[in-house]
Design a protein around this ligand. Structure first.
Ligand code: ZN
Length: 402
C-alpha cells in the first residue's frame, strides 16, 4: 500500500475546514427551507493560506464566500461602489482575500509595524506575502461558465426540455449579448460550445447581467494574479493561487478545469495551478432539480489582527442584509459590505491619503501595466471583443456619490 503523505490529504483537510467554518456561520448567511417547502442551495468557497514550511502544513483561513447571485447591470446605476455586482461564492472569497490584505496593510501603517502574520514589509518599503504561505482556493462545486459546461452536457442530455431551452441554431441572435461579439455567450446558452467566455448564468427571462462567469474570471486571474487593482499597487509582486480544491473531481472533470483555466490562455505567461484531490462533498450544494438557489450570499473575513479577529456579513442584493431599498430610492448609509469597492477604497485612501484626490476609476485607469495585461488576456479569451459591465465609481471626498 502506498504511504499517504501530507499532500494526499491536503484537499480533504481544506474542504473539511471550510465545511466546519460554514457550520459556524449565522443562520442569516445560509440557505433556508422556503414557505412552500422547497429547499434552497448555495455554493461555498474560500481562500486558505498553507504554511508549507511547517511539518504538519498548518492552515490559516483567510476568507469565506457563499452565494450564487449576480446583480443585473441596470441596478448598478445607484451603486457608487456600494453594491457588490457579483455575489458568486468564489468571487466573494477573492474579494474577501483582498479586503484582508488591505486591512493588514492598514494595520501596519496605523501601528507602524513591519509585519502581520500574513504579510511583511521589505527593506524597499513595499509589502509581500510571507514566503511560507501558499494559497488554495476551495470551491464546493465546479465554477460556473466554461469549466462546468461538460457537466451540464452530461446532465442536460438526459433532459430533452432543458436541452431544447438552452440550445440554439448557429445564427440565433439571443445567444449573444452583442451579435458582433460572438466569442461571448449568454449564460448557459449553447452549452455544447467549449472554450468561450460566458456571462453569469441566470433564468432565461431574468434581467441581463454583463458579469462574466467564474470560470472566465478565474482564468484571467491565472495571468493577472488574485490581487485587485488596490492591492496590486501596494504589493511588491503579484500573488497567485497555488492550489484549487473542488470535491469529487473525476478525471474528465479535471481535464475540463485544466482546459478552461490553462489551455485556453494559449501562450500567455500563467501560473500553474495544482488541483488537489478531495472527497468531502458539501452538503448544501444543489442536489435535486426541485431545489432553489439561495438569494442570500455571505462573506467571512479572518483578519486575526489584535482586537479584530473576524468580520461576518450576510449579503442580499449586493448589500449588507437589511440595508436594501427597493426601486430607485437612494441607498442607505453604511449599506456597503466589507468586500464592496467603496469599503476597499476607504481602506486604501487611509493607507495612501494622496489617492483621495482621485476617484476609484481614475486611480484604476492609471495602472497602465496591469491594464495592459488584462487587455491582452481578454483579447485571447474573446477575440471578437469584450463587453464591460457598467461603470461603478466612488470618491471619498464627497463620501460616496460621484
Ligand atoms: Zn459562478
Amino acid at each position: 500500500m502506498q504511504t499517504r503523505n501530507w499532500s494526499d490529504r491536503l484537499g480533504d483537510r481544506i474542504a473539511k475546514l471550510f465545511e466546519d467554518e460554514y457550520l459556524k456561520l449565522s443562520s442569516a448567511c445560509k440557505p433556508v427551507i422556503r414557505s412552500n417547502g422547497s429547499k434552497e442551495w448555495t455554493v461555498l468557497s474560500g481562500i486558505v493560506a498553507i504554511d508549507h514550511l511547517s511539518v504538519d502544513k498548518k492552515l490559516r483561513l483567510v476568507s469565506i464566500g457563499t452565494g450564487v447571485k449576480a446583480l443585473p447591470d441596470a441596478t448598478l446605476e445607484r451603486s457608487h461602489g456600494r453594491m457588490v455586482h457579483d455575489c458568486h461564492a468564489e468571487i466573494l472569497a477573492l474579494r474577501g482575500f483582498n479586503t484582508v490584505l488591505l486591512e493588514h496593510m492598514n494595520y501596519m501603517v496605523t501601528e507602524q509595524c513591519g509585519e502581520t502574520d500574513l504579510i511583511e514589509r521589505t527593506t524597499a518599503g513595499v509589502c509581500i506575502l510571507k514566503s511560507k504561505w501558499k494559497l488554495a482556493l476551495y470551491i464546493s462545486t465546479l465554477p460556473c461558465g466554461d469549466a462546468s459546461m461538460k457537466d451540464l452536457q452530461t446532465y442536460n442530455n438526459t433532459d430533452t426540455n432543458r436541452k431544447q431551452e438552452l440550445t440554439f441554431e448557429e445564427n440565433t441572435e439571443i445567444q449573444w449579448i452583442d451579435q458582433k461579439i460572438r466569442s461571448i455567450l449568454r449564460g448557459r446558452f449553447n452549452y455544447d460550445r467549449l472554450g468561450v467566455v460566458r456571462t453569469k448564468p441566470g433564468r432565461y427571462d431574468s434581467q441581463i447581467t454583463f458579469s462574466k462567469s467564474c470560470s472566465d474570471k478565474l482564468c484571467i486571474k491565472q495571468v493577472t494574479s488574485i490581487l485587485n487593482s488596490l492591492t496590486w499597487s501596494l504589493m511588491a509582486q503579484p500573488v497567485f493561487l497555488d492550489y484549487l480544491v473542488i470535491p469529487n473531481l473525476a478525471v474528465d472533470r479535471c481535464q475540463g478545469v485544466h482546459h478552461s483555466f490553462q489551455d485556453r490562455l494559449g501562450r500567455l505567461p500563467q501560473k500553474s495551478l495544482e488541483l488537489l484531490e478531495c472527497n468531502v462533498p458539501f452538503f448544501d450544494n444543489k442536489s435535486s432539480k426541485s431545489e432553489e438557489p439561495s438569494s442570500m450570499s455571505s462573506v467571512k473575513l479572518f483578519l486575526d489582527l489584535p482586537e479584530r479577529k473576524c468580520t461576518e456579513q450576510a449579503i442580499l442584493n449586493g448589500l449588507k442584509n437589511g440595508f436594501y431599498t427597493k426601486g430607485n430610492k437612494p441607498l442607505r448609509k453604511n449599506c456597503e459590505s466589507a468586500v464592496s469597492r467603496l469599503a476597499q477604497w476607504k481602506i486604501y485612501v487611509n493607507i495612501r491619503p494622496d489617492a483621495k484626490q482621485q476617484t476609484y476609476l481614475e486611480f484604476k485607469a492609471g495602472l497602465s501595466e496591469r491594464n495592459r495585461i488584462i487587455q491582452e488576456v481578454k483579447k485571447v479569451l474573446s477575440p471578437d471583443g469584450w463587453i464591460s459591465t457598467r461603470n461603478d465609481d466612488c470618491h471619498i471626498l464627497c463620501d460616496t456619490a460621484v
